[in-house]
Design a protein around this ligand. Structure first.
Ligand code: GDP
Ligand code: GDP
Length: 455
């Protein structure tokens, strides 16, 4: 929709529908059991693990960052989107449609073991209608002989088949070379000077209301009916000279499509928004308290390694006394232990209470998420830490941490060179993380320490 943005109160909306962090999206489609998840897991980057065994924290990975020869992209496994009580073919059709809508490049996966099936032909016919580039990959081509046999698949009319083996990892390099060659030419990077953030949370916590409150205008329809159709798209605004972009989370609801209200599809949309954000606002409902689904949503933000702010909304609606904020804070800390770094803000999207504190906080968390520490300063902190707290021992062997260096930011990632990585317990890693947090402002961002043996 090309309609103009209404005049806003506090903020100057500079752009609507702009795209930030435009990483190409690659979807893997194919009938069940051809090996989509196996291939997905081989290509996808590892995420931050949630060590606690919390109910409601997702283990599903439908959407993941990936990289091949310096080309960053996002990967979708459409096979995980199941629609209850529908025939297999309907599911397959929906998955292919999702791929055609969401992806820039589609990898159509078939299996060498079964040869060309009716379902494969059905998917192929759907993909003909797509204007997206399509690559045909034949999985389970586990040995040279089987790699020679893939010529049957020319009959699908989708060009040269790429023989691959998800189990052995063979052929994936050639396939990925072809995938990245199909990426759209990159657009000038509008993302460089804008802080992209998204607002996530379970239905009805007040995400749309908060987006409206932040923008100070009523473009987004607010309703108390769960799953109401709304037209949310990325919106850029400036605050105090800083450019921000709110990333759409609900997505443009595709009215009438059978998958739009499935749990997995909304997770996919949330993951897609998180992936494009530097900072994620996880919205909770003060009235309703914390539920399992909140943990699920928060887990997605943590695992993606984004900056996180916990926003407790509807603070206007509860009866408060002097302890209310502390009580809610304690509950959040107990339920989201892995998010101990995330600041908590109590707001009301309805009355706008404290909403105007958010842009500055988002800016600060984005800066912390992107922070780089010089090795010399870092090692001063390390020296002090090991001097005051002895390193642990295991079977009579003492851990030695020789030095640390920051290898990445967003999120800050440090390699600790040690005598033996096995001696670096989780609790000692945690101790080092806390030392870093005391020395530098890392509020709102996860910190990763990778122990590595010094050669
Ligand atoms: P999906 O339903 O398409 O996601 O398929 P999965 O990834 O779950 O794989 C289905 C089955 O095929 C599993 O038992 C896998 O171990 C197996 N599989 C996956 N890739 C290969 C492969 O390259 N070679 C062989 N022989 N088996 C594979
Ligand atoms: P979403 O599904 O997370 O986008 O939630 P909505 O923004 O559609 O809000 C759901 C319901 O909560 C609506 O009835 C809103 O009016 C109400 N709501 C949202 N924010 C607040 C708030 O700060 N205080 C109160 N009392 N109600 C709110």
């Amino acid at each position: 929709s090309g309609e103009d943005v209404a005049v806003t109160s506090r903020y100057d909306v500079i752009q609507k529908g702009c795209f930030v962090m435009t990483k190409p999206v690659v979807a893997i489609v194919g009938r069940p059991n051809v090996g989509k998840s196996t291939i997905f897991n081989r290509i996808a980057k590892k995420r931050i693990a949630i060590v606690e065994d919390q109910p409601g924290v997702t283990r599903d990975r439908l959407y993941a960052p990936a990289e091949w020869l310096g080309h960053e992209f996002s990967l979708i496994d459409t096979g995980g989107i199941e629609i209850a009580d529908t025939p297999l073919m309907t599911q397959i059709v929906a998955q292919a449609q999702i791929a055609m809508e969401e992806a820039d490049v589609i990898v159509f996966l078939v299996s060498n073991q079964e040869g060309v099936t009716e379902a494969d032909e059905h998917i192929a016919r759907m993909l003909y209608k797509s204007d997206k580039p399509i690559l045909l990959a034949v999985n389970k081509a586990d040995n040279p002989e089987q790699r020679q046999e893939v010529y049957d698949f020319y009959s699908l009319g989708l060009g040269d088949p790429y023989p691959v083996s998800g189990v052995q990892g063979t052929g994936l390099g050639d396939l990925l070379d072809a995938v990245v060659a199909k990426f759209p030419a990159s657009t000038p990077d509008a993302a460089a000077d804008t802080i992209a953030f998204s607002v996530i949370g379970r239905p009805n916590v007040g995400k749309s209301s908060l987006v409206n409150a932040i923008l100070g205008e009523e473009r987004v329809i607010v309703s108390n009916i769960e799953g109401t159709t709304r037209d949310a798209i990325d919106t850029a605004f400036t605050d105090d000279g800083t450019k921000f972009t709110i990333i759409d989370t609900a997505g443009i609801r595709k009215r009438g499509k059978i998958w739009e209200n499935t749990e997995k599809y909304s997770v996919l949309r949330a993951q897609s928004a998180i992936e494009r954000s530097a900072v994620v606002l996880v919205v909770l409902d003060a009235e309703q308290g914390i539920r399992d689904q909140d943990k699920h949503v928060a887990g997605l933000a943590h695992e993606a390694g984004r900056g996180v702010i916990i926003v407790v909304n509807k603070w206007d609606a509860i009866h408060k006394d002097t302890k209310s904020m502390q009580d809610f804070t304690n509950a959040v800390r107990a339920e989201f232990q892995y998010l101990d770094y995330a600041p908590i803000v109590f707001i009301s999207a309805k009355t706008h209470q404290r909403v105007n504190t958010l842009p500055a906080l988002i800016k600060k968390v984005a800066a912390n998420h992107d922070r780089r520490i010089a090795s010399s300063v870092l090692n001063d902190v390390l020296l002090r830490a090991v001097a005051t707290t002895p390193t642990p021992t295991m079977n009579g062997k003492r851990l030695r941490v020789y030095y640390m260096t920051q290898v990445r930011s967003a999120p800050p990632t440090f390699v600790a060179f040690v005598n033996n990585p096995d001696l670096m317990h989780f609790s000692y890693q945690r101790f080092l993380v806390n030392q870093l947090r005391e020395a530098f402002d890392f509020s709102g961002t996860p910190i990763i320490i990778i122990p590595r043996q010094r050669k």
